[in-house]
Design a binder for this molecule. Structure first.
Ligand code: NAI
Length: 302
């Protein structure tokens, strides 16, 4: 029967062919790791020009990875790069490539309407068995899944930046995600060499739910004049063992991204003080001081 665990396991989809939509920071990393672990990957983005840039980024990153993996074996190194790149093809039309996908991972712009439009369209073109997953950091997976007729074959696969380095994947199970889908996503994450953790579909899942309020509390501490930002960063690195202090991390993540996340959660839960907006963060974003990517955030970069 369907509830028999042996049958459930037997029916679990083994993910071999993957379509990744969005070849930006996260999508490129997901493509690289999936291809390097022997999956066949189609990378989709909006223009040939973007795809060319993504491919170049993946190649450069692979070279760095290979250098570490095959320190004094240049032959093995170039073989690994060549083999990985062979697993990657690109396209600007997702509807024309999903027919062969076991899994579609979406890593496009963080906008619910745009994600819904994409998945609603792909739902009509993808085979019955294909699992859909979103890499969203701040939107409810359930609300994205609801744009399709395959809510049971829909989950969250939340990776961390930089994807080739960071070992964690949060696998998000909505109330509609089937056990079979969930098991496939867990197995896929392990096949990528990552460690998956199970998350419910709640704001921020686990990592960001703890990290974002912590970073905002650091800003509030600084705003109140209780400590300098430099001292807060040193304190958290040396006292709590964090690799970056909260202000370094905010600059790394992007102040606009952090503001976007907290504003979204605040809207959904206005009475939660952990999700309260920060006047200083808002001011810096208004001044276009967005962190490392603009050369200035809490700190200046040259
Ligand atoms: P990005 O801006 O670097 O890349 C997004 C890419 O998607 C761009 O190349 C863009 O051309 C493409 N795109 C946009 N709309 C598209 C469409 N309709 N069809 C095809 N391609 C489209 O963004 P990033 O940082 O890679 O984020 C992507 C997703 O990953 C977001 O949902 C974000 O919340 C999530 N995420 C981001 C993390 C981060 O540290 N930046 C961490 C974990 C998740």
């Amino acid at each position: 029967s369907a509830s028999d665990p042996a049958t459930a396991t037997a029916k679990k989809i083994v993910i071999k062919q993957v379509t990744v939509i969005g070849g930006g920071l996260m999508g490129s990393g997901i493509v690289q790791v999936a291809a390097a672990t022997g999956h066949t990957v189609v990378l989709v983005d909006q223009t040939e020009e973007i795809l060319k840039k993504s491919r170049k980024g993946i190649e450069d990153s692979l070279k760095r990875v290979a250098k570490k993996m095959f320190a004094d074996k240049p032959e093995a190194s170039s073989q690994f790069i060549e083999k990985t790149l062979k697993n990657i093809t690109v396209s600007t039309d997702p509807a024309s490539v999903v027919h062969s996908a076991d899994l579609v991972v979406e890593a496009i712009v963080e906008n619910l309407d745009v994600k819904n439009e994409l998945f609603n369209r792909l739902d009509k073109f993808a085979p019955e068995h294909t699992i859909f997953a979103s890499n969203t950091s701040s939107l409810p997976i359930t609300q994205i899944a609801n744009s399709t007729s395959r809510q049971d074959r829909f989950g969250g696969l939340h990776f961390f930046n930089p994807v080739p380095m960071m070992k964690l994947v949060e696998v998000i199970k909505t109330p509609m995600t089937s056990q079979k889908t969930f098991d496939s996503l867990m197995d896929f994450s392990k096949a990528l060499g990552k460690t998956p953790v199970v998350c419910q579909d709640t704001p921020g899942f686990v990592v960001n739910r703890l990290l974002v309020p912590y970073m905002l509390e650091a800003v509030r501490l600084y705003e109140k004049g209780h400590a300098s930002k430099e001292d807060i960063d040193v304190a958290m690195k040396l006292g709590a063992g964090y690799p970056m202090g909260p202000f370094e991390l905010l600059d790394y993540v992007g102040l606009d991204t952090s503001k976007f996340i907290i504003d979204g959660w605040h809207k959904g839960d206005p009475d939660n003080p952990l999700f309260a907006p920060s006047p200083l963060l808002d001011k810096l974003v208004e001044e276009k001081k967005l962190g490392r990517k603009t050369g200035e955030g809490f700190y200046k970069y040259h």
